[in-house]
Ligand binder design. Sequence first.
Ligand code: GRF
Length: 201
Amino acid sequence: MRVGVLASGEGSNLQAILDKVHGRGGVEVVAVASDRPQARALSRAEAAGVPTRVFASAAFSDRRERDAAIAAWLGELSVQLVVLAGFMQLLDPGFLARFPQRVVNVHPALLPAFPGIGSVEQAIIYGVKVAGVTVHFVDEGVDTGAIIAQRAIPVPDGADAETLRQVLRPLEHELLPAVVAALARGDVTVDPENPRHVRVA
Ligand code: GRF
């Protein structure tokens, strides 16, 4: 399965995919795109020999045009699965229509709690005792797509947002590559009667 990754920042989730599943079990990361030229994800991809491209929002008249350009590039590279790994942009519906049920995202909260940005901070402010991470299909909402997999962990006493982020990171780095591998194996099925119900074999 040919995988394209979109990332805006550090790229540690991209790195986990490169380290754990790229080149194995039929998974090939063939494209990494970012909206930010300085994203460390880009240099991580280059180090792994994966083609990269920057789609800065300022270079396009609107999101639809930008996302059409991203989709066209991914299409040229025959990408079959798009992974959002810290991509801090909403995708246009036209993009999602081009990759139906083939766009997944990793989110540092137990959805539907704390969608959107600042979720780790919100979890700390709220005082939750259990936190976690979610990998879900992307739909037109903000972190509202069907959940594929989640991992939960107790919040350490006295943790601040930075501590919790550090606790959650290894969970993301385990869960996201595992879901990518499961998708490549065809082990992820969506119940046609209830598309919110996703089974991972
Ligand atoms: C992760 O916490 C992910 O859940 C969120 O953005 C962060 C990206 O981190 N969507 P990295 O760039 O993969 O290191």
